[in-house]
Design a protein around this ligand. Structure first.
Ligand SMILES: Nc1ncnc2c1ncn2[C@@H]1O[C@H](COP(=O)(O)OP(=O)(O)O)[C@@H](O)[C@H]1O
Ligand SMILES: Cc1ncc(COP(=O)(O)OP(=O)(O)O)c(N)n1
Length: 536
């Protein structure tokens, strides 16, 4: 069945407004006012797997804050292994698409990619002459990396003519060679010389791409941006990856999206190149296809669509939270029936715990990426050693007859040692894991503080009034919120694997919190060493 047979009946085209009046009549924008985003059009072929062509262009536009539009030159059946077939709807239909856009929408920049054949190239050239968009970027796509031609050989001359209508042309080395009618350059200086010749012949600024070279760097260069002999080189480390499908499409689209908001090609190219290097690094993790996969156009927005870390972490420990809330130790502490010996055991272990917790807080301060976080964790380390331990010493001195030396030499129980070992292990990992492991001590304590305050009611005469009000202290709740925000910030930049390690560290610390409270009633001790020769 032909495409024409299935096409819906189109409404009569809206008559074109007089040139120069579109900006004044577009919805929501008063005459002369700047629209909120540049309106950028891609004229290109398709890639149903989303890595190249108009699909890549639209992602690159969005990644740079532009409003994307797309007109299709060719429908390409391709995937990460290569191109299978190309269907070209034809130059007349291409012109209809182009006019449908330009009759209605003010276009701030155009990016042209695969034109497919000569009639299409001529239709685009005629439309460009008619509409005269302010910025035209041409990526002279000819051959896919898989080796499949994306441009008829007869169309090469027509593409040379398109170059003269473009403001910026972005050839890779083989495309540059075709455009100047020479052999492909194999060195960067030879490629630059060819780019200069192309600029001299066409007048277009040339963004020469060095992706096809080898070496530590993948350089690009703008030739002719500020005058005939001007060359600006943009260097970036060569990313060791096979996932480079659509890099040329994405780079040229990003430059087109940025140009309307920049004062020249240099600034737009510099930012686009930096973005592309990040997108190349993150491409493999997308796991799209089994061949040469695409780049990650959203690599600079790693948390987009993800739940906030602390929300997810809190949901994960729902079971531990409920268990802590309903445990005997917490109930007895709230109603004041907890035996002094049990509380004394718990508090002595808490003093031993705080000595190690303070070390891990210092480690978090050392690893922290910002001065605010460094200060917060360093302050917390001092606080847990000086202020909190002094309170423990006072109570244990008064109720258990323990002097300072006795409190400081308390042997950690197996439960306390397991918890602090876990914290130290996490602090051998990243800052993000360390903060995640530290967080439940803040959060579960302030949570239980609330529960205790509510359950205990009037604290007058309550044997544990001082402790209950300490846990419920608004300053402690505030510190908990700050610690949460540092964990969320760290998670924002974490890879999926690191985020999972953070969640696991948080979950394990929560389990240790439960066991820590529980030991107030069970008072666990280390087993005696087995006597030699004991029966098996
Ligand atoms: N492995 C890589 N590491 C870093 N940048 C790369 C890599 N491969 C390509 N690039 C960059 O991607 C962009 C497209 O380059 P290139 O591969 O030459 O063009 P095309 O995709 O049109 O063949 C350029 O900015 C180039 O420097
Ligand atoms: C529809 C379409 N347009 C262009 C290309 C080529 O993309 P490019 O960025 O040059 O990357 P490669 O995938 O060829 O390396 C394409 N494949 N499809």
């Amino acid at each position: 069945m032909s495409l024409a047979a299935t096409a819906p009946v189109l409404p009569t085209p809206t008559p074109a407004p007089a040139p120069g009046t579109r900006g004044a009549t577009e919805h929501g924008v008063s005459p002369g006012a700047e629209p909120s985003r540049p309106r950028v059009l891609s004229i290109a072929g398709t890639d149903p797997t989303g890595g190249a062509g108009i699909q890549a262009d639209l992602k690159a536009f969005a990644a740079h804050g532009a409003y994307g539009m797309a007109v299709t030159t060719a429908l390409v059946a391709q995937n990460t292994h290569g191109v299978r077939t190309v269907h070209v709807p034809g130059a007349d239909f291409l012109t209809e698409q182009l006019d449908a856009v330009s009759d209605d929408v003010t276009i701030d920049a155009v990016k042209i990619g695969m034109v497919a054949d000569e009639p299409n190239a001529r239709a685009i050239a005629a439309w460009l002459r008619r509409v005269q968009p302010p910025f035209v970027v041409l990526d002279p796509v000819m051959v896919a990396t898989s080796g499949h031609r994306l441009l008829d050989e007869e169309a090469e001359q027509a593409v040379r003519e398109l170059v003269a209508l473009a403001d910026l042309v972005t050839p890779n080395l083989p495309e540059l060679a075709v455009l100047v009618g020479e052999q492909a350059a194999t060195t960067w200086p030879d490629a630059l010389a060819q780019a200069r010749r192309l600029h001299a012949a066409s007048g277009a600024v040339v963004l020469l791409k060095g992706g096809h070279l080898t070496g530590e760097e993948s350089p690009d260069a703008l030739v002719g941006a500020r005058g005939p002999d001007d060359v600006t080189t943009f260097s970036a480390p060569r990313v060791d990856t096979v996932h480079t499908h659509g890099t040329g499409c994405s780079l040229s689209a990003a430059v087109a999206a940025l140009r309307p908001r920049r004062d020249g090609w240099e600034s737009a190219t510099r930012d686009a190149k930096t973005w592309l290097t990040g997108a190349l690094r993150a491409g493999g993790a997308l796991a799209v296809g089994t061949g040469r996969g695409p780049v990650d156009h959203l690599a600079h927005l790693p948390t987009l669509g993800r739940q906030v870390f602390s929300e997810e972490a809190w949901e994960r420990i729902e079971g531990w939270r409920e268990a802590v809330e309903s445990m005997g130790f917490v109930r007895a502490l709230a109603d004041g029936s907890l035996a002094v010996e049990d509380f004394g055991f718990y508090l002595a272990q808490d003093a031993a715990y705080l000595a190690e917790y303070s070390r891990v807080l210092s480690r978090a301060s050392q690893l922290a990426p910002t001065p605010e976080a460094r200060q917060f964790f360093a302050g917390a380390a001092v606080e847990s050693l000086e202020v909190e331990q002094a309170l423990h010493r006072d109570w244990l001195g008064e109720h258990a007859g323990m002097d300072r030396g006795a409190v400081e030499s308390v042997d950690p129980s197996p439960v306390t040692a397991a918890y602090t070992n876990h914290l130290h292990a996490a602090s051998n990992g990243s800052y993000a894991e360390t903060v995640a492991a530290l967080l439940p001590c803040y959060w579960l304590y302030s949570y239980i503080g609330d529960v205790l305050v509510r359950r205990a009611g009037d604290l007058d005469g309550h044997p544990y009034a001082r402790w209950i009000s300490l846990y419920g202290d608004p300053a402690f709740q505030e510190a908990t919120r700050t610690a949460c925000s540092f964990a969320d910030e760290a998670a924002r930049w974490a890879s999926p694997a690191e985020r999972e390690r953070m969640l696991r560290a948080f979950e394990l610390s929560s389990m240790h919190e439960y066991l820590f409270f529980e030991q107030g009633l069970t008072r666990p001790t280390w087993p005696e060493a087995p006597v030699g020769g004991a029966e098996k």
